[in-house]
Every structure is written in C-alpha cells, then in structure tokens.
Design a protein around this ligand. Structure first.
Ligand SMILES: Cc1cc2nc3c(=O)[nH]c(=O)nc-3n(C[C@H](O)[C@H](O)[C@H](O)COP(=O)(O)OP(=O)(O)OC[C@H]3O[C@@H](n4cnc5c(N)ncnc54)[C@H](O)[C@@H]3O)c2cc1C
Length: 474
C-alpha cells in the first residue's frame, strides 16, 4: 500500500499490480504480448471513507509528490522560471562542464560544489551515483504510481556543429582510440550498461546512448558505418540479457553528426529482437528533423516487408542548440505538427501511404511518446482511448517524461480514468552516474527549461499552488 505523504493528508491510495506489465497490443495487431498491468484503486478502504472520498473534489495531480520532492522541485522551478537566477546558474553549469583538471573546479573532487549540485539539480533530474541510490529512486517512482522507470547510464558524446568539436563528458575522447581490437571505452560503456540492466526490474526500460562508448564508435557513426565488432558484441549481450528479463531497450537519438550510424545499428537490432509480436528495442525518431518523415517511411517499409515490430519512440529533439539548424524544421509550429502528425498517424495506423485504403498495410508498431508537451500527450491519450472504445485499429502506446520535469503532465496522465486497456502506461526517465558524468545531461535540462519559458512558468505556479494547498490551506 502506498500512502502519499502530504501535510494535508491525501486519501490512501492502494495500488495493486499484476506481476508483469509493459505495452500491450490491441485488436487488429497481428501479434499480442498480452502484457498488461492492472491498477485498482482503494480496494481496502472502508465503505464510509470511500463514500466521503467519492464526494470530495479530486486532488490536484501534484498531490502525488512526496513533500521532500515537492520542496526540491519548487526550488529548482523557482530558479528555472526566473531569468535572473537561471542565466547565472546556466553559466556556472556550462563552465563546470568544460574539460579542465584541477581539484578546485572538479565537481567530483571539490566536496562543496559536489554537495550543492548533488542536493539540488542532480537529485532533481538524476537517479543516483551508486546502486543503492538508484534503487531508492526507482522505488520512490514506483511508489508514486509510475508503471516503471526508464534508466540510462550518463556517458555520452555531444557534437557541437558550431565549433566542429565533440565533448565526451566522462570520457577521455581521442586519447586511447587505437582502433585496435580492444577498446577500453567500449568495455567501460558495456560494463556501465550491464550494471544498469542489473538495477532494473521487468517493468522497467533501459535507455542507451550509444555514443557513450567513445571515440572508435563515434568515428564510425559519423561516417554512417557500423561500430567495431566489440561494440556489436556488447549490444548483442545487452539486448539478449534484456530480452531474457523482459526489459525493453530505448535507443536514444543523439547529435545529427552520429545519427546515421545509430539508425543503422538500431534497425538491425529491431530486425533481430522484435520478432515476437512486440518491440523489445525501440528507435528514437526526432520530430524536429526535416528528414524524419522519410526515415520513418524507410523503417516502416522494412518492418512491413521483413515482418518485425517497429519500436517507435517519438521525441521532438534535444540538440537544437548544437545541431545544424538547417536540418531542423524552421519553426516550432512545424515541429509540433510533425510530432502530432506522427503520433496520431501511428495511433490511427495511417502514416504516409501505410494504412491508407489503396496503400501498403500498416506493420506492427509499438509507440512510445516521450514529451513534456501536455497538449500532444493528452490529445494522443484521448485519441487512443476513443479508438479502443470504438474498436478501431490502433497501436500499443506508452508515455514518458523526464525525471524531475513536467510532473504535472505525468500525474495528470496517471489520474486519467482507466481505459479499455487499463490505466495509461506512464514512465519516468532518469539518468544515473557520477556527478561529473551527468553534467552534460544536467546542462541540457537547464537549457530546455530556459527555452520552454511558458511551460517552466506554469510548472512553477502549479508547484507553488500545491505547496500552498499542503501548508497553508485550512
Ligand atoms: C523520456 C524522454 C526521452 C527523450 N529522449 C530523447 C532522445 O533520445 N533524443 C532527443 O533528441 N530528445 C529526447 N527527448 C526530448 C527532449 O529531451 C525534450 O524533452 C524535447 O525536445 C522537448 O519537447 P517536448 O515534446 O517536451 O515539447 P515542447 O517543450 O513543446 O517542445 C520543445 C521542442 O520543440 C522544438 N523546437 C523548439 N523551438 C523550435 C523552433 N524554433 N523550430 C523548430 N523546432 C523547435 C525543440 O525540439 C524543442 O526541444 C526525450 C524526452 C523525454 C521526455
């Protein structure tokens, strides 16, 4: 039983789960995983309490946040929503990200900087530096009602198109790249990723950033080649381990400079591991790219002709600050239209010429909508429910927001009424690793908050209202 902490006590919420969950497939999908999680509410609450509960106004979505998390979220949202606080914080984070040595400015060696960052930004957006911390975070997210956690290991390489340089934080880029048969960077990435898998349960997802494997891999990716055999072997090992344990893998989309190689590897993994009627492996499609429609068309064609399930994780895209601008849609509206078009098209089983009356038949697809945009997410959820109710064809769908961001969107989804296929499947996506390894990720979160001024302001107001409700209302 999960009793959510609040000064103004929330009604006890009893959450029961079937032992397995994941994304189920529906009606006319050829193959079905049968995975389904059932969440029932208040089954052990006394009838008189239940009656009172039913007549009360529903609690706001953020009532599900434990008080300690609420207070930290409010602190971070206050900083993020006030330019005079956010801009200096961004400059400091960006300065600390630059590769330099010297204990004074090294976040992992200076205990004061480490302590301040760890208790604020790091804890807000990351899962932990140690296994115990990560397990604690996963448990806390489960207790809040999430279907599971998406966990990623922080190491990655970011390519800055403007300066033509790559920054691999936590990786000594270029130093040990011998190109010989054994690469210590790939081995370090493999170990870190296998450790991540060990921390997960069968309702969880592993998210992987392939560039975290270092320079031999990124060099291959930047020319659209496959990475060294050692990396392909590591991917096989990780995919097999995950498949055996019912953990699904989301391969992250990264800087455009590396994407053609990442797409090639991921398509091959989907071909091999997505043959049982559901997606074990998902590729990430960045809706902000002008090329995404044709990439998706190629991948749908492959799935249709070769008979595997396409794992379609859809995002808008996080590298607008460093990627070549001309590759990205000209306006935010164009990106929004592309995102909503693909999401709703997949839910209707109609994308391009796939699924149209005289077009090609729509292949098996599992959809994962990763977004903080409430409008996109709620519209997709509502369309999915309408189609299920009307017994129209649709695809399995999950939703995800980043840990520490857009809790209002996550909890609004979680509060949605149970639909024909059970509750909406909502996940939080977190990152783990040493503070130094997570700095690039933290910087991207701060930049995203700066750029989404409207949303950040709304989040701040919602958190402040929830704090007032808990502490000051009578
Ligand atoms: C669980 C999860 C996993 C993610 N994984 C990845 C990943 O693997 N790879 C990745 O790249 N991103 C990923 N993202 C997405 C990214 O981190 C941001 O969350 C996302 O880009 C913000 O968009 P939004 O859908 O939340 O909506 P909004 O906040 O409404 O949209 C903001 C986005 O719109 C786009 N945009 C803004 N201004 C313009 C403009 N002028 N012209 C064109 N487009 C514009 C940008 O993509 C910007 O980030 C992930 C997000 C989540 C929640």
């Amino acid at each position: 039983m999960v009793i959510l902490s609040a000064a103004k006590p929330a009604i006890p919420r009893v959450v029961t789960f079937t032992p397995r969950c994941g994304i189920s497939t529906f009606n006319n999908s050829k193959n079905s995983t049968g995975y389904q999680r059932v969440r029932s509410s208040s089954t052990s609450v006394l009838p008189e309490i239940k009656a009172t509960q039913e007549t009360r106004a529903p609690l706001p979505p953020l009532s599900a946040l434990p008080t300690s998390v609420l207070l930290r979220s409010l602190l971070v949202a206050t900083i993020s929503s006030k330019p005079y606080l956010l801009l200096p914080s961004l400059s400091i984070l960006s300065f600390l990200c630059k590769p330099r040595k010297g204990a004074l400015l090294d976040v992992d060696r200076n205990p004061i900087i480490h302590g301040i960052l760890k208790s604020t930004f790091y804890k807000q957006f990351c899962a932990g530096e140690t296994h115990d911390e990560v397990k604690g975070t996963i448990k806390q997210l489960n207790d809040m009602g999430f279907q599971g956690t998406i966990m990623t290991y922080a190491k990655e390489t970011v390519f800055d198109h403007k300066t033509n340089t790559q920054h691999g934080l936590g990786i000594a880029v270029g130093k040990d790249a011998t190109g010989t048969t054994f690469c210590p960077h790939i081995e370090a990435w493999r170990k870190g990723t296998v450790e991540t898998v060990e921390l997960l349960g069968e309702n969880d997802y592993l998210a992987v950033k392939l560039t975290g494997a270092g320079p031999t891999v990124t060099t291959a990716f930047s020319t659209g080649d496959l990475p060294p055999q050692q990396m392909l072997d590591a991917l096989e090992e990780i995919s097999t381990k995950c498949k055996d344990r019912g953990i699904r893998i989301l391969v992250d989309a990264e800087s455009q400079h590396f994407q053609s190689g990442i797409l090639r590897v991921t398509l091959d993994l989907m071909r091999k591991y997505n043959r049982d009627g559901y997606a074990s492996i998902y590729n990430t499609y960045q809706a902000y790219l002008k090329s995404t429609a044709s990439t998706l068309d190629k991948h749908l064609t492959a799935a249709s002709e070769e008979g595997f399930t396409l794992g379609l994780k859809l995002v808008r895209g996080a590298y607008i600050a460093s990627d070549e601008r001309s590759l990205i849609h000209d306006t935010k509206q164009d990106t929004d239209d592309a995102y909503n078009g693909i999401a709703q098209g997949a839910l209707r089983q109609e994308i391009g010429t796939f699924g149209t009356p005289h077009g090609r038949s729509f292949p098996s697809v599992n959809l994962f909508l990763a977004s903080h945009n409430k409008e996109s997410v709620l519209a997709a959820h509502s369309l999915h429910q309408q189609r299920l109710k009307a017994k129209l064809p649709t695809v399995a769908v999950g939703f995800a927001q980043l840990h520490g961001m857009s809790d209002e969107v996550s909890f609004s989804l979680l509060q949605m009424k149970k639909g024909a296929d059970g509750d909406p499947r909502v996940y939080k996506c977190s990152t783990w690793g040493g503070l130094g390894e997570c700095l690039a990720y933290l910087l991207r979160r701060a930049i995203e908050n700066r750029d989404a001024v409207g949303r950040t302001g709304e989040e701040y107001l919602a958190l402040r209202a929830e704090a007032r409700r808990r502490f000051f209302s009578t």
